[in-house]
Design a protein around this ligand. Structure first.
Ligand code: AHR
Length: 507
């Protein structure tokens, strides 16, 4: 089938915001311990961080990194993770039924983030804690010499303030699974009071209120309206969390996950704009898609149910850094990740922050083996290429293409795409996905007035076996290739195999 795209009359959506290429590090499973931190590893640096992982994170091109959770943060005492390591307590982490050793905390993590050129986005605990602890953490992290907690940070070896700008006001407080879960009204009040106090300390902070943990939550929509009615004056963002997986082999719906992302964005923007109108407000609330990915969540829930059923005596132990949520991604999953990035970019006027959840080992683009190698999962490739090639401003092309029926999201266009245009560099980038399970797409793109004459680079993620994966035994089974692409008389042409994602850059 053919897909006719045109940039001839595409208005500029917004500048490419680097914060769209964020990720997430939670104290969960082997993300931190035996992931980015493994002191005994042959590649470990003086701080115990794996330099092979650092290199991969740099190649991935992440901008912001959300830390330290996630569900973990709702029971976390940040003080446990600072100061002399030998004095740090071991504690039970109720969210993931693990033991937290606290060998890594804010100071070490912020130092690591610097080595990968990433901005830290810090979450405060509004599950078991509140305003006072959030203010203490803010003072410890960002304070200047002369007050107790700033001086404690300095005494602990970090002279310069961490200068953290983005702060999450708790995590997924709408979820009954959250330690300290609240209803929208109670959370909205707490978040507003916390945000107001934090802004008294520093009015320049960028604060993120918790939105819904999924667009399928029973409170979706109402939650956003209530929370923003309380917090509108104090926050810049409302969060969105979205994870996708194929249900019962329904790959057509899975490949159309971007349609759900679009509905999610449209609904949250509508709720935010309604609050703005009611308040007579002047600012638009932006969306922070600060957890998104493919996640075989159902498998994990089944596993947990089996453990709980077997554990009649309630005697489960509390392991340190267990293997949790270690999904091994297929080419199909990688294509879906690429397609979600297309939708996030296409909504860059309202989605101004996003975090691929997570970064290492836990539903992650990077996997490590203790004492062994680190390698790229399939999902690594579209993320790295988009982060590297997207620059300038976002353009939404007109797309003329057939649709395919899906059971979850209705009719889905077989091709989705987005473009970026960097006037200064004279560089164009196109990102496109073919959602068809069995047919290739012959794609043409009318470039309108854009002054480009040469194809600079093509990146294709596709495979005869859409279930192919990278594993310890075969860590480079899946990689990307180039693809034939022509540029003639202002028209780009290439063919996308069934179930594929591609990027093209031209200058
Ligand atoms: O990313 C894994 C978990 O998913 C996070 O801890 C939580 O916020 C979400 O439910």
């Amino acid at each position: 089938f053919t897909a006719a795209l045109s940039l001839a009359s595409s208005p500029v959506v917004a500048p490419v915001n680097r914060r769209l290429f964020g990720s997430f590090v939670e104290h969960l499973g082997r993300c931190v311990y035996d992931g980015l931190y493994e002191p005994g590893h042959p590649t470990a640096d003086a701080d115990g961080f794996r330099t092979d992982v650092i290199e991969l994170v740099r190649e991935l091109g992440v901008s912001t990194i959300r830390y330290p959770g996630g569900n973990f943060v709702s029971g976390y005492k940040w003080e446990d993770g600072v100061g002399p390591r030998e004095e740090r307590p071991r504690r039970r982490d109720l969210a993931w039924h693990s033991t937290e050793t606290n060998q890594i905390g804010l100071d070490e993590f912020a130092r690591w983030a610097k080595t990968v050129d990433a901005e830290v986005m810090l979450a405060v605990n509004l599950g078991t804690r509140g305003i006072a602890e959030a203010l203490d953490l803010l003072e410890y992290a960002n304070g200047h010499p002369g007050t107790e907690l700033a001086d404690r940070r300095i005494a602990n070896g970090t002279t310069e303030p961490h200068a953290i700008r983005m702060w999450c006001l708790g995590n997924e407080m709408d979820g009954p699974w959250q330690v300290g879960h609240l209803d929208a009204d109670a959370y909205g009040r707490l978040a507003a009071r916390t945000a107001a106090a934090m802004r008294m300390a520093d009015p320049a902070l960028e604060l993120v209120a918790c939105g819904s943990s999924d667009s399928g939550m029973p409170t979706f929509g109402a939650w956003e309206r209530t929370v923003l009615a309380h917090t509108y004056d104090y926050v810049g963002y409302i969060s969105c969390h979205a994870y996708y997986e194929p249900y019962d082999g329904d790959y057509a719906s899975f490949l159309a996950s971007g349609l759900d992302v679009q509905r999610f964005v449209d609904s949250v923007v509508a709720a935010a704009d309604e609050v703005r109108a009611e308040r007579g407000g002047e600012k638009d609330i932006m969306l922070s898609f600060d957890e998104w990915n493919v996640w075989y969540h159902k498998d994990q829930l089944d596993e947990e149910a089996a453990i709980a059923a077997a554990d009649t005596a309630g005697a489960r132990d509390w392991p340190v850094a267990p293997r949790l949520l270690e999904d091994v991604y297929s080419v199909l999953d990688g294509v879906v990740v690429g397609s979600i990035l297309i939708r996030l970019l296409a909504n860059a006027d309202r989605v101004t922050s996003a975090s691929l959840a997570q970064l290492v080992n836990v539903i992650a683009p990077i996997t490590t083996e203790p004492g062994g190698p680190a390698w790229r999962q399939t999902t690594f490739f579209p993320f790295a290429a988009t982060s590297r090639l997207a620059s300038g401003v976002v353009l939404r092309p007109d797309v003329t293409v057939a649709t395919t029926p899906t059971s979850r999201y209705g009719d889905a266009p077989l091709v989705d795409a987005v473009a970026t245009w960097d006037t200064e560099a004279g560089a164009l980038a196109i990102f496109a996905v073919n959602r068809s399970l069995d047919s290739e797409a012959v794609v043409t793109i009318d470039l309108g007035d854009l002054d480009v004459t040469t194809v600079a680079e093509t990146v294709l993620l596709a495979d005869d076996d859409i279930h192919a994966r990278n594993t310890l035994a075969d860590p480079e089974r899946v990689t990307t290739t180039g693809m034939p692409c022509t540029l003639q008389d202002g028209v780009l042409s290439f063919t996308l195999p069934a179930v594929s994602w591609a990027a093209v850059s031209a200058a």
